[in-house]
Design a protein around this ligand. Structure first.
Ligand code: UD1
Ligand code: UDP
Length: 372
């Protein structure tokens, strides 16, 4: 029986790897070990619970005020101990977090093959997003299998000299997760946060999430200025921002986002967040995963960043890169709220991130690899 360790450090990794674990469990001849690296604690545990995932091992990495180097050091050391004790045949990591990069490095040094889910995403600027761009380059080059979600991601890997035979084009498992999540939502009530339920969704809802390190300080203040300006011009619009628990982000949310029509709240459980995306009018975000999910719900997404490693959403005209300048953010939001034809064009974009069967392709490729 082959042993496959699947490492999940943060909320988005658990969400995007849950479908892979489900498909691996359906494959004969393979046993999956779930490793909760726990670079995030509460948010990871919430996401694991949604999909009924129970970790076999917990590296318990999170500390308040942690730096990427703190996380990296603990991730390498603790993954190495796990690997020596369990000797899996393969280690699966996802995305570009520091916990994932540390786990991949530890496996590489133990000569355990690494499989990277969501390989090949690039902005080609090591400062944007920081430090994620560096993490994913490292992970792709250490991996024996690279699961590219799009043809563009596959091309990025080939350009860097990664062997054709290592790359599998799969689609993004974020889409598999949304489908699974939507099937879990059916029949449940009270999915929305209390404050929104009491105000009612009579206004046009702009769903906001911002958490990137390169936006800390002035840029996040500028994004807030743009949002407030657009809200001032549209009394029928309301923003809801579930704030990421990073203390730096919480401070910025309190400092910059005070406005009678901006509701701040704690992070939402994944299913509530999906339900809110469905009910929203538009999304303003610097998240990676949300750029992939928004088109599933036919919602325009304004990307509050200088560049995106998911250019497919911009080419498909479902997303606009608005940057982090207050005037530009306000102009983009105003257009979304005023120009119906523009809005409809964005909302009707075809999802470029896959067909919801990425996890099956990934599980098949892993089993094929392990069987030689
Ligand atoms: C990390 C990833 C980022 C990813 C994001 C997903 C890196 C460098 N960054 O950023 O790529 O987009 O996760 O959300 O890997 N905290 C809690 N409870 C939690 C989670 C976080 O209290 O459940 C607080 C802690 O104080 C922690 C801080 O948030 O120290 C920062 O967490 P960290 O994982 O270092 O960075 P993120 O900004 O979450
Ligand atoms: N998400 C959630 N609750 C929230 C905000 C986001 O469950 O309050 C989900 C969202 O649907 C997506 C993922 O978290 O699947 C994105 O995580 P995040 O933006 O923190 O990280 P990134 O994708 O930028 O790495």
């Amino acid at each position: 029986m082959k042993k496959i360790a699947v490492v999940m450090g943060t909320r988005p990794e658990a969400i995007k790897l849950a479908p892979v674990v489900r498909e691996l469990a359906r494959s004969r001849g393979a046993r999956t070990l779930i490793v909760a690296a726990a670079q995030h604690r509460a948010m990871l545990d919430d996401a694991l619970k949604v999909f009924g995932l129970r970790p076999d091992s917990d590296l318990n990495l999170m500390r308040r005020g942690q730096t990427p180097n703190d996380v990296l050091g603990r991730a390498v050391a603790r993954t190495a101990v796990f690997l020596r004790r369990n000797r899996p045949d393969m280690l699966v990591v996802q995305g570009d977090t520091t916990a994932a990069a540390g786990a991949a490095l530890a496996a590489f040094n133990e000569k355990i093959p690494v499989a990277h889910v969501e390989a090949g995403l690039r902005t080609l600027d090591l400062g944007n997003p920081f430090p994620e761009e560096g993490n994913r380059v490292l992970m792709d080059h250490l991996s024996s299998l690279c699961f590219a979600p799009t043809a563009g991601a596959r091309m990025n890997l080939l350009r860097e000299g990664i062997g054709r035979r290592k790359i599998v084009l799969t689609g993004n498992t974020a889409i598999d997760a949304v489908r699974w999540g939507r099937s879990l939502i059916r029949g449940r009530r009270a999915m929305l946060p209390q404050r929104l339920r009491s105000i009612g969704l009579t206004k046009r809802l702009v769903l906001v999430t911002l958490h990137r390190r390169e936006s800390f300080g002035r840029p996040i203040g500028e994004i807030a200025r743009g949002l407030k300006k657009a809200l001032d011009a549209h009394r029928d619009a309301l923003a809801f921002y579930p704030v990421h628990p990073n203390p730096e982000v919480r401070r910025a949310a309190r400092r910059y986002f005070a406005h009678p029509r901006i509701i701040l709240g704690p992070p939402l459980p994944y299913l509530s967040f999906l339900e809110l995306m469905r009910r929203s009018y538009a999304i303003l975000s610097d998240s990676g995963g949300i750029q992939e999910e928004a088109p599933v719900f036919h919602k325009p997404v304004l990307i509050a960043r200088e560049m995106t490693e998911r250019p497919e959403i911009v080419s498909a005209r479902g997303g606009v890169l608005v940057g982090r300048d207050g005037r530009a953010v306000a102009a983009a939001l105003n257009r979304i709220l005023d120009d119906r034809a523009f809005y409809e064009r964005m909302a009707s974009c075809k999802n470029p991130f896959g067909d919801g069967r990425a996890a099956r392709r990934i599980a098949d490729a892993i089993v094929r690899y392990l069987n030689g």
